[in-house]
Design a protein around this ligand. Structure first.
Ligand code: AMP
Length: 945
């Protein structure tokens, strides 16, 4: 224990003179981590009262107290609880001044002037009252040090300090950043805001430019409103400041050397963005309003879901803009944008994300409510999904469709609070103060540039009309809309402000409005920076992939000698890199397989497929939960050194000329991760992009991505996608949650050659299927029911020659059936083939042939006919599946099989053998599973009609 007098002396010496900054820093460090400060300081700070008037006596222990401090409910750092004799009155007050300034940084946003309508009730913020800190009117003229404040003075009267902090943190910008643990990030924000009091001086030209952009933002909506009254357009009215915001964001990013900006947004304000920022020709938009179609193929989509691409000029050069297509499902575009950005960054070898910038625009209700937001934030700094920070913009119109009551909309104060989980700084800004909006944008762009982390701009605005133009908002928000009806537009308000300060005249304002309207009327482009003849090297050329024939039969052979060389390279561990015993054995076995001494199994064939693809110069990217090892321990694409824990990816180290091989275990998400990979695959046509589900039915959590993007994106938007989904599937008695990948759902979504659905049953088949997916130029999503027990099945093996010479077979004939004896053909797909063959062998049956359909969509009718035609004596045809009757392929594919059977013999009738219809995918008990299996195998092989 220290003795009191020593402590007093020590404290006194540190509190005197110019040590205020030091004290401040100590105290902040203590708040973050009490153990980070010297014991003497800890002892003193520990003695400070832990209970403020807002904290009950039940919560005095430290973690809770720290929590309250970080939440901005700072208990008093009351130095008067220290020995009163130790410090002078002035020194005590100096500490309180510091507390007050800290409170502004913590809680200023709660009192800032954010709501253009002035309707939002502000919470009471006791710590922003000087009295709370023991400071009174009598102290206002007293000079205090402001060394840790960035207000341009070393010391100032208290009233000036308060004035500076008030201006900085309680004006049109409310900043939340004290939740960031990195001190340099916090300091950076403090410096940037305090040094200009959040109100930088804009030049006359800059102000005129902001006015012009606002005029455009308002002009397009007015024009569309009068030309197409009552037509849905999800106008931006009330949030027009988004246009100067985006303009600044793009121009500033360009000035830092960015080459691409990829934008995701929902429908609100989209048409405005398309015309005013991306430079879509207004004439084209008008045609869409008049119902004209632009797609030469496919079913198309409504205008406010359309994406767009263009190039604009910035002071740093030409920059490519891409606005992602989006479905109506809010927020799901965000991870798609991230994937697209990552693909572009990979293509440009932009490892820190300086060249390609993701921008996601959200609605306030959706940002607070949709789970995929959290998933997308969570991926932001991960190895496999990071994009160097995203700029998030919330169009916060304070109402979600008809819900504006905060008690209904969320449990947090701001709709942006979820972003705090990744310590993103949040800049709330009043949408009626366009200069403040531009300032917040500069902060956000510069923060991302500096720290490569996510940042949020919360553009607080309102929605002048209803959810859409045909909607009457006063039904549910009567007071809000009474106020909105009286409220001047942002353009009007800013025009008045600039007029008053002599920046523009009324005539100039009128000219601006007239000129914009005339440009629209003549169908001219209205995005000033648009590059009319874009530099096409800024984006990928998709021509080689367009209009490709759907050709199932494709040569995927590969030179045998090179195949063996590759097998040797990827399967030979180094002595200096000891592998775990079982993994080592697997590699030894793979070595024997390469020499032909052992038959080839699934894991080896799959790995060799990747090796050949990257050896041919085509990149491979695989992600999903536990993909490095493989959920069922078959892949081992990442080796783990048993001595030092380091890892090594053999496929990434084949040769100097190889294409990249990337494999990442994903975080535990399906929705955001699958959407990300969709975005990646639709941006990188020359890469094999694979997402693997841990168990196939886990893809249920990503159903939105499957329905709204993967199966329909080409039909709606003409966007090609070669994404592969590996979905482990198979009935092995593991219960309802681990058996089915819900094959029926994918088959039900199949039409117009939108996707491919395969169930390969041999290692050679998976090898050729993967190669075919990338080696041919057809880009269609591939959904694979991939195996579990087959990974190790003694009969599910292939030879090296089958890999080198073969190709993917859409239908596999029975290798052991004698066509002279066969009277019954059982058609099936997937693993059940091995159960059927086993049964045939056990029962000594010789009149049954089992034909496998390895590709269920596009259904290979001709090939099935060809194979079945070999059997001339058929009098019975059965479709056999292990899934219940209402699941699997039966309901969606039987018409194809019936058609073939009818071609063989119109008198033949297709029968069903399989589990009965069931509400649950599979039995929960092994005994029941086996009983069901036995029954349908008997039906398929033995029982007679
Ligand atoms: P982006 O870089 O996304 O703006 O794309 C540039 C251009 O490439 C687009 O305007 C399209 O013509 C084409 N393109 C991009 N992605 C795809 C895709 N997935 N399928 C077909 N064409 C595409």
């Amino acid at each position: 224990m220290r003795n009191a007098s020593m402590e007093e002396q020590w404290l006194s010496s540190h509190l005197s003179g110019g040590n205020q900054t030091y004290l401040d820093e100590m105290y902040e460090a203590y708040l973050q981590d009490p153990n980070s400060v010297p014991e003497q300081w800890r002892t003193i700070f520990d003695k400070l009262p832990s209970v403020s008037e807002e904290v009950t006596t039940d919560t005095p222990h430290k973690p809770v107290r720290d929590h309250y401090l970080l939440m901005g409910k700072s208990p008093k750092l009351a130095t008067d609880t220290l020995a009163p004799s130790l410090v002078t009155e002035h020194e005590r007050k100096q500490v309180r001044v510091h507390q007050l300034a800290t409170a502004y940084r913590l809680r200023g946003h709660q009192r800032s002037d954010l709501d253009p309508l002035g309707l939002k009730k502000q919470s009471s913020v006791p710590d922003l009252d000087p009295k709370y800190h023991g400071l009174s009117m009598a102290d206002m003229e007293t000079i205090y040090q402001c060394a840790n404040l960035y207000i341009g003075r070393q010391e100032a009267p208290l009233k000036d300090i308060i004035g500076a902090m008030e201006q900085t943190y309680c004006g049109s910008v409310g900043a939340e950043f004290t939740h960031i643990v990195n001190t340099s990030e916090r300091r950076w924000i403090e410096l940037r805001m305090e040094s200009v009091r959040s109100n930088p001086e804009f030049s006359v030209d800059a102000r005129k430019h902001i006015l012009e952009r606002l005029c455009a933002g308002e002009g397009i909506e007015k024009y569309l409103g009068s030309k197409y009254p009552g037509t849905k357009r999800f106008g931006l009215e009330g949030g027009e400041a988004l246009i100067p915001l985006m303009d600044e964001l793009i121009q500033r990013s360009g000035s830092y050397g960015a080459k691409e900006v990829v934008i995701g947004m929902a429908h609100r304000g989209r048409l405005n963005m398309l015309v005013n920022i991306l430079g879509k020709n207004p004439a084209d938009l008008f045609d869409e309003f008049e119902g004209k179609s632009f797609l030469t193929e496919g079913s198309g989509d409504v205008k406010y879901h359309q994406g767009f691409s263009s190039n604009v000029m910035t002071s740093g050069g030409e920059i490519h803009l891409a606005l992602a297509f989006n479905p109506s499902h809010l927020e799901i575009a965000a991870p798609v944008v991230e994937g697209s950005v990552r693909a572009r960054q990979d293509r440009r070898k932009d490892s820190d994300g300086s060249l390609v910038i993701p921008v996601n625009i959200h609605g306030d209700a959706a940002f607070a409510g949709q789970g995929v937001v959290m998933e997308t934030l969570q991926m932001s700094q991960t190895r496999g999904y990071g994009t160097g920070g995203t700029i998030h913009i919330i169009i916060n119109n304070q109402v979600g469709f008809t819900t504006s009551k905060q008690d209904d909309a969320r449990s947090t104060e701001h709709p942006t609070d979820v972003a705090k989980m990744v310590q993103a700084p949040i800049f709330h800004v009043n949408g009626d103060d366009p200069e403040a909006v531009v300032f917040a944008t500069q902060l956000a762009v510069d923060y991302r540039q500096q720290f490569k982390r996510d940042v949020v701009i919360d553009l607080v605005c309102y929605r002048r009309r209803g959810h859409n133009e045909a909607d009457e908002p006063a039904m549910t928000q009567p007071l809000m809309y009474k106020s909105i009806r009286k409220h001047k537009t942002t353009f009007e308000l800013y025009s008045e402000k600039l007029k008053q300060s002599g920046v523009v005249s009324q005539d100039e304002i009128k000219q601006l409005v007239d000129k914009y309207r005339e440009s629209l009327a003549s169908g001219e482009h209205v995005a000033n920076a648009l590059v009319k003849e874009p530099n096409s090297s800024l984006f990928v050329d998709w021509k080689p992939y367009l209009n490709q024939p759907v050709n199932d039969d494709f040569d995927t052979s590969f030179d045998l000698k090179r195949l063996q060389e590759l097998a040797h390279i990827i399967n030979t561990p180094q002595e200096s890199f000891p592998l775990q015993r079982q993994v080592n054995k697997i590699m030894e076995d793979r070595g024997k397989m390469a020499k032909g001494a052992l038959p080839i199994n699934w894991g080896f064939a799959e790995t060799l497929a990747y090796a050949t693809i990257i050896d041919q110069g085509l990149p491979v990217r695989i992600t999903g939960q536990d993909v490095g090892r493989g959920t069922f321990v078959h892949r081992h694409a990442v080796w783990h050194n048993q001595n030092d824990g380091s890892s090594f990816v053999p496929l990434a180290n084949i040769s100097e000329d190889q294409a990249s091989f990337e494999i990442y275990d994903s975080f535990l998400s399906e929705e955001a991760v699958l959407a990300f990979e969709y975005g990646y695959a639709t941006t990188m046509p020359n890469a094999l992009v694979i997402w693997e589900a841990q168990f196939g039915d886990f893809a249920n959590g990503a159903q939105v991505v499957i329905d709204q993007f993967i199966t329909s994106g080409e039909g709606k938007w003409g966007r090609l996608c070669g994404l592969t989904m590996l979905l482990p599937h198979g009935y092995e008695g593991q219960g309802p949650e681990h058996s089915s990948a819900r094959l029926e759902r994918y088959l039900q979504l199949c039409a117009e050659y939108n996707i491919q659905v395969c169930m390969p049953t041999t290692p050679a088949q998976v090898y050729h299927m993967l190669r075919r997916q990338i080696v041919r130029n057809l880009r269609k999503p591939l959904v694979v029911m991939s195996p579990k027990s087959l990974l190790r099945h003694k009969d599910a093996v292939s030879t090296l020659e089958e890999l080198a010479d073969g190709r993917f077979q859409t239908v596999l004939d029975d290798p052991s059936a004698d066509e002279n004896k066969v009277t019954r053909v059982v058609v099936c797909s997937g693993k059940v083939y091995y159960d059927l063959k086993d049964k045939i062998q056990k029962e000594g049956v010789d009149n049954v042939a089992v034909i496998r359909v390895e590709q269920l969509y596009p259904f290979p009718e001709d090939r099935l006919f060809e194979v079945m035609s070999r059997y001339k004596k058929i009098d019975d045809v059965i479709w056999c599946q292990e899934e219940p009757m209402n699941q699997g392929a039966w309901y969606s594919s039987q018409h194809h099989v019936r058609y073939v059977v009818n071609r063989i013999n119109p008198n033949l009738y297709l029968r069903y053998a399989g589990r009965e219809a069931s509400a649950s995918p599979a039995a929960g008990y092994m005994s029941l599973h086996l009983e069901q299996l036995e029954k349908f195998l008997n039906d398929a092989i033995l029982n007679i009609q």
